[in-house]
Design a binder for this molecule. Structure first.
Ligand SMILES: Nc1ncnc2c1ncn2[C@@H]1O[C@H](COP(=O)(O)OP(=O)(O)OP(=O)(O)O)[C@@H](O)[C@H]1O
Length: 331
């Protein structure tokens, strides 16, 4: 496994600046989750590291070696896309074994069988090993795609929303499996997801991309607790951070235009009256939709709360964030 470094990477598509001077060091054995809305540059970043696409400027190194001008095969990274890319005429077993049959590797047959068996079990696909790839459901195909990456021993794994087409139970199982692989093998992962739970539970680091720029890079806790901007703060946390006029609860500090309150930063039972608009019971959590001085807020409360719509609840901010008119952190 290896450290992956991007230095001042730029990629244009016509008028679009997909990546704008991105520099990032992914430590050996790190699990980096890239966050950002559609079009932020996440997939482009993975494609450039894999060698499927080339930057217009900047350098990429893997394990201390400059790979900017090398082919994907020479880089030895394993990539999993959202869309599965299997060989349709081959069985699941043949698809899984394929990466190990490269003449460069000359893996012995018994080792191939062992690795394929282990990965198939982990991905809960052993019973389909002799099926043709075309005779699988979408979720099964996706698992085989992940398996084809996992049988290898690459310098880094690059995965673009690999679990997004799977059902909730399988997603939860595979989240744990992938994380276990990463910790045991000390594997380096770059991973794209829109799933908050995946990001918070799997990442050792998160990178926040905004219109092709890397605006924050740190542990999930750092980005959650010390966001540099409204944009970065909005990437993590469910329900999302509430962004409200800075003087909503009283005098705003100088330079502050917005106050940011995550659910746990809204103290309940003290302060000023808000109206309970809706009580949303999710089982392990109950969300409160509140109205305060013509502004809507969402927070969470005790799952067994007696509160009902129409009642009033006193609220006040607790250690809030403040942001300036441009959305940058002011305090
Ligand atoms: N092959 C291409 N040709 C033209 N424009 C492209 C191409 N690939 C990406 N882009 C543009 O580059 C920008 C970044 O795209 P990218 O796919 O990296 O975003 P993303 O963050 O992965 O989004 P998503 O979450 O939708 O996958 C977008 O504006 C996109 O339209």
């Amino acid at each position: 496994m290896a450290e992956v470094t991007l230095r001042n990477i730029t990629r244009r598509f016509g008028e679009t600046l997909a990546l704008d001077g991105v520099s990032m060091t992914v430590p050996d054995g790190a699990f980096v989750v890239l966050l950002g809305p559609t079009g932020a540059g996440k997939t482009t970043t993975l494609r450039l590291i894999s060698g499927l696409d080339a930057p217009d400027g900047g350098e990429i190194s893997i394990g201390g070696r400059d790979v900017t001008n090398l082919t994907p095969a020479q880089r030895n990274v394993a990539m999993v896309f959202q869309q599965y890319s299997l060989y349709p005429h081959m069985t699941v077993r043949e698809n899984l074994a394929f990466p190990l049959k490269s003449p460069l590797l000359s893996t012995p047959a018994d080792e191939i069988a062992r690795k394929v068996g282990r990965v198939a079990e982990m991905l809960q696909i052993s019973h389909k090993l002799d099926n043709k790839a075309t005779a699988l459901s979408g979720g099964e195909m996706q698992r085989v795609s992940i398996g084809r990456a996992l049988v290898r021993d690459p310098a880094a794994y690059l995965m673009d929303e690999p679990l997004s087409s799977l059902d909730a139970k399988l997603r939860a199982d595979l989240r744990v499996e992938l994380k276990a692989i990463q910790s045991e093998a000390r594997a380096t992962f770059l991973y794209v997801t829109h799933d908050q739970i995946e990001a918070m539970t799997m990442a050792t680091h998160v990178g926040v991309l905004e219109q092709g720029r890397l605006v924050q890079f740190g542990t999930p806790r750092e980005v959650y607790e010390a966001p540099v901007s409204i944009y970065a703060a909005s990437r993590l946390g469910l329900p999302r951070i509430n962004i409200l006029p800075a003087d909503l609860f009283g005098t705003a500090p100088p330079g502050a235009r917005w106050i940011g309150l995550r659910p746990e930063q809204i103290r309940q039972g003290e302060g000023q009256d808000s109206e309970v608009v809706r009580v949303e019971r999710l089982g392990d959590q109950t969300r409160l939709h509140l109205r305060f001085r013509n502004q809507d807020l969402v927070t969470v409360t005790d799952p067994h709360t007696e509160l009902q719509a129409g009642q009033t609840l006193k609220i006040s901010p607790r250690n809030p964030y403040y942001f300036d008119a441009d959305g940058a952190r002011a305090l």
